[in-house]
Design a protein around this ligand. Structure first.
Ligand code: CUA
Length: 341
C-alpha cells in the first residue's frame, strides 16, 4: 500500500509517503516506525485476547464449570505497568529526535548554504508571500498564493527555505505534505519552519487549520525551480508592473486608480503609490501566476473577468466584493490587470 501511495510524483500527489524534503523524510520515517511499534502492540494484545477467548471458552461437556479464578498477580501487575512506560519513553525519544531534525534554525543556516527567507502571512482565504532575502541579498518582493523556491540539487550548495509564519486574522496552518509537516500561522505571533526541496516541480498543499467558510479553498502552490530559473523569477518580480511606454495600459491604469480596488490591493510603482492597499493580494505581477482565488481557478482572461465581476459567485463568503462595475469600467480593469505581466 505504501508503495502505491508513493508511486506518483505528480502535483496531485499529496502523500506524506513520497517526501521531497529532508524534514518530510524524517516525518515519514517516524510515522512508519511508530506505526510498526503500535502494530506490534496491537498484534500482541489481540493475540493474548484471542488465545484467552479460545482457551477459556465454555465447553459442551462441562456446562457449569468455571475457569480457575486468579485474584491479583504481582509479576503480571508489574509487567503491564512497566512495559507501557518503556514504550512511551522510547516514543518520546523518537519524537524528540525528529522534532530536533525538523526544527528550523534560521539564524544559523548550514555552512555554504544559500538560504531563502520568506515571510508568509495567512489571510482569509489566501496566502501572502514576502520575499525577505536570498543568499544574503535583500529582496523586498511581495506576491500571493504561489511560492517559488530554488531546488537543492545534490552536489550543489544547499538552498534551505526559512518561512516566518504569521496571520492577519485567524489561525491557519501551512501544509505542503511532500515538503514538510504542518505549522500553524497564529495571530499575534511568528512561527518558524523550513523546507528544502530536492527535486523540481509543482508541489500542492492545503491550509490545515479550519479558518472559516473558504478554508477548503485556501490552497497552496509551491513551485520548485532550478537556481537559474529562480533568479529569473526574482528579476521579473522586481521589475515595475507595466511598461511605461504602453499607452493603452496607462489609460486603463488611470481608470483602475479611480476605482475602489486601490483600497485593498497593491500594485508596486515607485512613481505612483496610490494603489497600496494591503487587505487583499498584491497584484504587481498578477499575470505571472497560474491561478486565481488561491488556487481555485486557472488564471485566464475569462476567469479573471468572472472573478472581478462577482468573486462570491466563485468563492462564496470570500471577502472581496463585486463592485457592480459597468462594462466600460470592467474593460479597463481587466485590460490593466492583463498588462501586469
Ligand atoms: Cu486558512 Cu484554513
Amino acid at each position: 500500500m505504501l508503495a502505491v501511495l508513493a508511486a506518483t510524483t505528480t502535483p496531485e500527489n499529496l502523500s506524506t509517503f513520497s517526501p521531497a524534503s529532508p524534514s518530510a523524510e524524517s516525518i515519514k520515517g517516524l510515522f512508519i516506525l511508530v506505526l510498526a511499534i503500535m502494530g506490534g502492540i496491537l498484534l500482541l494484545v489481540e493475540g493474548i485476547l484471542v488465545y484467552a477467548l479460545v482457551r477459556s471458552r465454555r465447553r459442551a461437556n462441562r456446562e457449569d464449570a468455571e475457569p480457575p479464578q486468579v485474584y491479583g498477580s504481582k509479576p503480571i501487575e508489574i509487567a503491564w505497568t512497566v512495559a507501557p512506560c518503556i514504550v512511551v519513553f522510547v516514543l518520546v525519544l523518537l519524537v524528540g529526535r525528529v522534532l530536533w531534525e525538523v526544527r528550523p534554525d534560521p539564524d544559523t543556516p548550514p555552512a555554504g548554504a544559500k538560504p531563502l527567507y520568506v515571510t508568509v502571512v495567512g489571510h482569509q482565504w489566501w496566502w501572502e508571500y514576502r520575499y525577505d532575502s536570498y543568499d544574503g541579498r535583500e529582496l523586498g518582493i511581495t506576491t500571493a498564493n504561489e511560492l517559488h523556491i530554488p531546488v537543492s540539487a545534490p552536489g550543489q550548495p544547499q538552498r534551505p527555505v526559512y518561512l516566518n509564519l504569521q496571520s492577519a486574522d485567524v489561525c491557519h496552518s501551512f501544509w505542503v505534505p511532500r515538503l514538510g509537516g504542518k505549522t500553524d500561522l497564529l495571530p499575534g505571533r511568528s512561527n518558524q519552519m523550513w523546507l528544502q526541496a530536492n527535486e523540481p516541480g509543482l508541489f500542492l498543499g492545503q491550509c490545515a487549520e479550519y479558518c472559516g467558510t473558504q478554508h477548503a479553498n485556501m490552497l497552496l502552490r509551491v513551485v520548485v525551480e532550478s537556481p537559474e530559473d529562480f533568479e529569473k523569477y526574482l528579476a521579473a518580480e522586481a521589475k515595475p508592473a507595466i511598461d511605461p511606454t504602453d499607452k493603452l495600459a496607462l489609460a486603463d491604469k488611470n481608470a483602475f486608480r479611480s476605482l475602489s480596488c486601490v483600497n485593498c490591493h497593491t500594485i508596486r510603482d515607485k512613481q505612483d503609490t496610490r494603489v497600496n492597499g494591503t487587505f487583499g493580494p498584491d497584484l504587481t505581477h498578477l499575470m505571472a501566476r497560474k491561478t486565481l482565488a488561491a488556487g481555485m481557478i486557472e488564471n485566464t482572461p475569462e476567469n479573471l473577468r468572472k472573478w472581478v465581476f462577482s468573486p462570491n459567485a466563485i468563492k462564496p463568503g470570500c471577502l472581496m466584493a463585486g463592485f457592480e462595475l459597468n462594462e466600460k469600467e470592467m474593460n479597463s480593469v481587466i485590460g490593466y490587470l492583463k498588462s501586469l505581466k
